[in-house]
Write a protein that binds this ligand. Structure first.
Ligand code: AP5
Ligand code: MG
Length: 190
């Protein structure tokens, strides 16, 4: 089983590179942001709750997020492994993921950090907001998402370094170059 955590700030390319990783390694893709946006679309109770956090650029509470993730993991049929996109985002979530995987005799294989300067993140997300209209891609909410990332999520870099899984990738530049760096990093941890 290959379990990859793709990690980085909002707009760093997690979703974009996940698609390529899924294609190459045949993994399941769990994007917690996509899961939440799907719930919002259906108008479920969970969706309504999620929307109030997402619109504010804040994280959904850990306990709820871990339950959602655990249910997604339980429902997988493809046993090749998973790419976790947008999860974990707090140390508590990272600890929960480790426990969930260890219970199955598995672990995270590699944590791939996509590093992109904030100026570029802002440019990418403003552009996507204009093109696709994702509700949280406006300047005010992006700024909040970046603050939350720096305060709550960035400390996971050290957490995964201590766990021996962290791989640094320069996420600025050509998609193909970034992807080949990711493949080299994954292969080095397999
Ligand atoms: P989520 O959906 O995960 O959003 P995010 O982390 O803010 O990241 P994005 O999806 O915006 O960016 P990305 O890194 O996937 O980049 P992408 O490939 O799209 O989460 C949304 C919200 O849900 C959170 O704010 C939170 O409220 C909640 N949530 C989700 N998970 C949670 C959790 N675990 N716990 C609590 N709450 C949670 O690329 C961005 C753009 O850049 C695209 O237009 C793309 O085409 C372009 N691009 C990509 N790569 C390049 C490149 N190399 N050069 C130029 N442009 C590029
Ligand atoms: Mg994404």
């Amino acid at each position: 089983m290959l379990n990859i955590v793709i990690f980085g700030a909002p707009g760093s390319g997690k979703g974009t590179q996940s698609e390529r990783i899924v294609e190459k390694y045949g993994l399941n893709h769990i994007s917690t942001g996509d899961v939440l946006r799907a719930e919002i679309k259906t108008g479920s109770k969970l969706g309504k709750l999620a929307q109030s956090f997402i619109d504010n650029g804040q994280l959904i509470p850990d306990d709820l997020m871990v339950d959602i993730l655990a249910a997604k993991l339980d429902n997988l049929t493809n046993r090749k492994g998973v790419i976790f996109d947008g999860f974990p985002r707090t140390i508590k979530q990272a600890e929960s993921l480790k426990k969930l995987l260890n219970k199955r005799g598995e672990d995270v294989t590699a944590m791939i950090e996509l590093d992109v300067p904030e100026e570029e993140l802002m440019t990418r997300l403003i552009k996507r907001g204009e093109e696709s209209g994702r509700a949280d891609d406006n300047e005010e909410t992006i700024k909040k998402r970046l603050i939350v990332y720096n305060e709550q999520t960035a400390p996971l870099k050290d957490w995964y370094k201590n766990d021996g899984k962290h791989c640094y990738i320069n996420g600025l530049g050509e998609l193909d170059r970034i992807f080949s760096d990711i493949v080299a990093a994954i292969d080095s941890k397999m």
